[in-house]
Design a protein around this ligand. Structure first.
Ligand SMILES: Cc1cc2nc3c(=O)[nH]c(=O)nc-3n(C[C@H](O)[C@H](O)[C@H](O)COP(=O)(O)O)c2cc1C
Length: 213
């Protein structure tokens, strides 16, 4: 087994579907393949397996900048903080994202508190980010809520949504394979995130800022 290069940029891929082996998983695999081909390391998190409780709105993070809830999110915070880029791959559920993914989003409240209450702004250029959505289609309300809430979370994480891809008429597991160009597009987005991460890392080094993973 070959070891990954120590300086390979790590791309966090958050998979929002509770259905294992479905369309989001397939796209996430393709994205990881693109990351790998470009010399990066994809770190995948399936939210439905991560054991993330919803935010309880206690407000402690507004004083401390950290969350009091002890659960699976404790493993995800460091990944969110050190990733060179963040990708979210998710189905659309009732025009938004599945509850398991929304729980992760809401547990990002400490980053909101650090930015807007404690004024601990993240330094340096924004990190690249991607949102890939799959949707059955036919719902008249589209996917704008999913896009907006992801952008809101990316905002407090210091991530810019550099790529947005929505694949509709993708419903049963495997439908994504029939969607023209979807798999290739996910691979290409993975590779783009690595390239953009390398540029952002060079910029951070130039500015004398700390390294990301
Ligand atoms: C609870 C639930 C809500 C859904 N809501 C929508 C919706 O609002 N709009 C839509 O186009 N598809 C909707 N879908 C269909 C899924 O987005 C679609 O089946 C998708 O391909 C599932 O992705 P997965 O295979 O990664 O789980 C919904 C599916 C479920 C189970």
């Amino acid at each position: 087994m070959s070891a990954e290069p120590a300086d390979a940029p790590r791309i966090l891929c958050i998979v929002g579907s509770p259905r294992r082996g479905g369309n989001s998983d397939r796209l996430a695999d393709a994205l990881a393949h693109g990351v790998d081909a470009e010399g990066g390391v994809a770190v995948s998190v399936a939210v439905s397996l991560a054991g993330i409780a919803p935010c309880k709105g206690c407000g402690t993070c507004e004083r401390t900048g950290t969350c009091v809830v002890r659960d699976g999110m404790e493993d995800i915070y460091p990944l969110l903080e050190t990733a060179c880029a963040v990708a979210v791959v998710s189905p659309v559920y009732f025009a938004s994202v599945p509850a398991q993914l929304k729980a992760l989003y809401d547990r990002c409240q400490p980053y909101w508190a650090r930015k807007y209450v404690l004024h601990q702004e993240r330094t340096g250029a924004k990190r690249p980010g991607a949102l890939l959505l799959v949707a059955g289609g036919g719902d008249p309300f589209g996917a704008q809520c999913a896009v907006t809430s992801t952008k809101s979370v990316f905002g407090v994480l210091g991530v810019e949504m550099s790529h947005l891809a929505e694949f509709t008429e993708v419903d049963k597991p495997g439908d994504i394979e029939m969607h023209p160009g979807a798999i290739a597009q996910a691979e290409s987005i993975g590779a783009d995130l690595v390239r953009a991460s390398n540029i952002a890392r060079a910029q951070r080094a130039h500015e004398g800022l700390g390294r990301l993973g």
